[in-house]
Design a protein around this ligand. Sequence first.
Ligand code: DSN
Length: 436
Amino acid sequence: MANDHISEAISDLIRAQDADAAGILARESERQEHTLELIASENHASPAVMYAMGTCMTNKYAEGYPGRRYYGGCEFHDQAEELARDRAKKLFGCDFANVQPHSGAQANAALFLALLNPGDTFASLELSDGGHLSHGLKVNMSGKWFNPVHYPLIRDENSPAFETIDYEAVEAVCMEHKPKLLMCGYSAYPRVIDFERFRQIADKCGAILHADIAHIAGLIAAGEHPSPFPHCHVVTTTTHKTLRGPRGGLFLTNDEDLAKKFDRALFPGTQGGPLMHVVLSKAVAFGEALQPSFKHYQQQVKANARALAMALMDAGYRITSGGTDNHLMLVDLRTRDADLTGADAEKWLESAGIICNKNGIPQDPRPPMKTSGLRLGTPALTTRGFKEEQMTTVASFIDRVLESKGDESVAEQVRSEIRELCEKFPLPNAATATPA
Ligand code: DSN
């Protein structure tokens, strides 16, 4: 069953025409309602954000930018894009925004086209230390057509800063290779990023500083993580993670020249027609993020992450870097059970209704399809109203399932307790409107 009356009306409408598609939608709605979503990059968007995408805005081609389109009939699409851009600039405190990237990886691809020539050198975090595939993976365009050099996390176990960014190594790598672009911002990094320090290094080696804030955009918008501005020259992000908008990307800068270069590199450089239904939805999401309640939400996201990390550490799991400052954590499973892999843990937890992803930990000896770690995040559970008390319960669910090594009866028991808990904390729906 869909989780609110508008979803039900939409399901009914689709069912009248296409029972197969409606069935898939109903089953996914039920899955989201009754499982615990701990994937750090996922969230539950509000009904207004979701329904803005299910509209006639999808019917239009609007190639170009407001006031400079290649198609007629764009009056209201110009308004939608202006609204989204204005709200994005206000939210992040910068002068220029491009709301058309279809995704974070598309935004990064356009950034490479805008700023680099094939073969140019850029610096980013070692991918095995938590970097993103669009930051120089060999099979990604960024790693195939450009020349990535990588900086590591601190590897000295005796250092109080173990597994945090090694700023001295960043500087050494940058001074040796003189990259044209220095990237910071990560997919699995639980600590605060020092953008000011990165800027000092970028200035010293002559690089443009780029922050990919996909994971922490919501925290930044709410003032719960330091802003990349004024330090970073260019910023890219997704809009659907902590920011809780529709699935999509965003580019931000204070530099007019870089803004123009990015606009051209995105369209016509790498994308065609923008997804205007998603652009309208981005405007709605940015409007939500400008509300005071969004700051309370992000504060709770962090408090919940701390509570979950503490409870897991109490149960014998090592959390990389010793904890978390943001919405996510990396759990080293080997301290609880030397043979346990991330792949097994992910599978067993899913069978109990706990959804998360296996993730390499820094210097992981196991391959990426096995891993020694799990990445857990709290944005989605916080949206459904979970507080610290529920996070402690979630930690005990996780430990019971992993302790049992995937025993089916334990999974079934935990699954039914999770179902009960989820019913007490329903997903945001048309009745509750804007989520907690
Ligand atoms: N796939 C995203 C994540 O899970 O972090 C990054 O793009």
